[in-house]
Design a protein around this ligand. Structure first.
Ligand code: PLP
Length: 415
């Protein structure tokens, strides 16, 4: 059969023993669609959204746009509950663009220094949209004050607080902000306050990446899991005390904050316990990619996957799919590879992994696939898959009900 033929004929010939029901349902749903494609199950997306609301207690959730990268998905999720409030963006230009797509209350999670980035947010700010920029250094503050003066706008700022934990020989956390103590936080707030016409401090963000993004229930890794959980427990105590102390110090120094943001998908249970936090940020749990499969405290549903076509059979138990080399960012390792999803029980070949033009998989003994059949994979991270596809096909009750353009499909690219 040719690639353009519907695979449903060959799928119906395939004796697939493991994961049969879901595989057949999904294969049937996408029959006739050109491959590769990205498929978003709206029922699972909504279940994940509800689970995240439950896990966050009563706090509002600011959706992390980098982990979604699809306007329609963000609109759909925000429409599910008034507790989905605002977006955590990853670039100032992105925030400016999102403001043209109907979003407001946009917090840019990473520092913006480029003059063109500030120019981009100046227009929506002048139109009354709320865009808040991130700072963690007096040098950034000086630069932003000068740019605000030149543009004639007043910039709203948030301080990024370091939430990592340093131990002898181990830095547990991410390298983001140098602002670690209450005194440093107040000093930066005062640097902002030195430019009252140009800048206003409105928020504090403390993102505990080592809790929110680090799996602690990996199969076959009992000792590592125990160590990571012990480190997490210790770190949560330390970072909660730090975030509370910095918020208190700012208040004592006369600064009134409009919000304190914390957390991510993997830390909702602990972040909500921090009384200083007024909102959590999260996004990955909506799609629930491979790197979120093994947390002790929660399990979300695999809502987003991508589908390749089996195009050759180099061995009786190996099929090779066209494309598929969608490697996730971060420290290079096998956990950044896509996860073979359906049929269940497939594995990547250790010496090939997922390649730019082909991805072979070993099939379990009881499973056969025909050339032309679809093979389902999951990306390791949430938002990056959107950079590979122009749109997500939308699945509802086992049938395709439409498609939603990704950022890429709307010709938007920010990094
Ligand atoms: C500042 C900040 N908050 C929250 C998150 C959590 O996002 P997610 O829920 O997608 O893991 C991230 C992710 O990197 C982040 O950078």
């Amino acid at each position: 059969m040719t690639a353009s033929e519907p695979f449903s004929e060959s799928a119906s010939k395939s004796p697939i023993a493991i994961g049969t029901d879901r595989y057949r349902m999904l294969a049937q749903a996408i029959a006739g669609q050109p491959l590769p494609l990205a498929l978003l199950d709206l029922d699972l997306l909504e279940a994940n959204a509800q689970a995240m609301l439950d896990r966050a207690g009563s706090l509002p959730i600011r959706l992390g746009s980098k982990s979604i990268r699809c306007v329609e998905v963000m609109q759909r999720v925000q429409a599910l509950s008034p507790r989905f409030q605002g977006l955590l963006c990853y670039s100032a230009r992105e925030a400016a663009w999102l403001s043209t797509q109907g979003f407001d209350d946009l917090l840019v999670a990473y520092p913006s220094i480029d003059r063109r980035d500030i120019e981009a947010v100046a227009t929506p700010l002048a139109q009354g949209r709320r865009i808040v920029l991130m700072v963690d250094d007096a040098e950034q503050v000086t630069a932003l004050a000068a740019q605000a003066r030149a543009l004639g706008v007043k910039l709203l700022l948030c301080i990024d607080l370091d939430m990592s934990m340093s131990l002898p020989g181990l830095h547990f956390g991410v390298r983001r902000s140098p602002v670690t103590t209450p005194a440093q936080t107040v000093a930066l707030a005062q640097a902002i306050a030195a430019h009252p016409a140009e800048l206003k401090l409105v928020g504090l963000m403390g993102y505990e990446g080592q809790i929110a993004g680090l799996q602690d229930a990996l199969p076959g890794k009992a000792i590592k899991n125990a160590i990571v959980r012990a480190l997490k427990r210790r770190s949560i105590v330390q970072l909660t005390a730090r975030r509370c102390a910095c918020v208190a110090a700012l208040r004592e120094a006369g600064f009134s904050l409009e919000f304190v943001n914390g957390g991510g998908t993997g830390s909702l249970e602990s972040t909500r316990e921090d009384s200083s936090v007024t909102e959590v940020a999260a996004g990955s749990g909506l799609y629930s990619p491979g790197l979120f499969d093994h947390f002790a405290a929660f399990h979300h549903q695999p809502a987003l996957c991508f589908v390749l076509q089996a195009v050759r059979r180099p061995l009786p138990d190996v099929v090779t799919c066209a494309g598929g080399g969608y490697i996730a960012s971060g420290p290079a390792g096998v956990d950044r590879l896509p996860t073979p999803y359906l049929p269940a029980g497939m594995t990547l070949l250790p010496l090939e992994g997922a390649g730019e033009v082909q991805t072979p998989v070993t099939l379990p003994q009881s499973t056969q696939l025909a050339i032309g059949d679809p093979v389902f994979f999951r990306h390791a991270k949430a938002g990056e898959l959107a950079e590979r596809f122009d749109h997500f096909l939308l699945l509802r009750n086992g049938a395709i009900v439409g498609s939603a353009p990704t950022y890429r499909g709307q010709a938007q690219n920010f990094f």
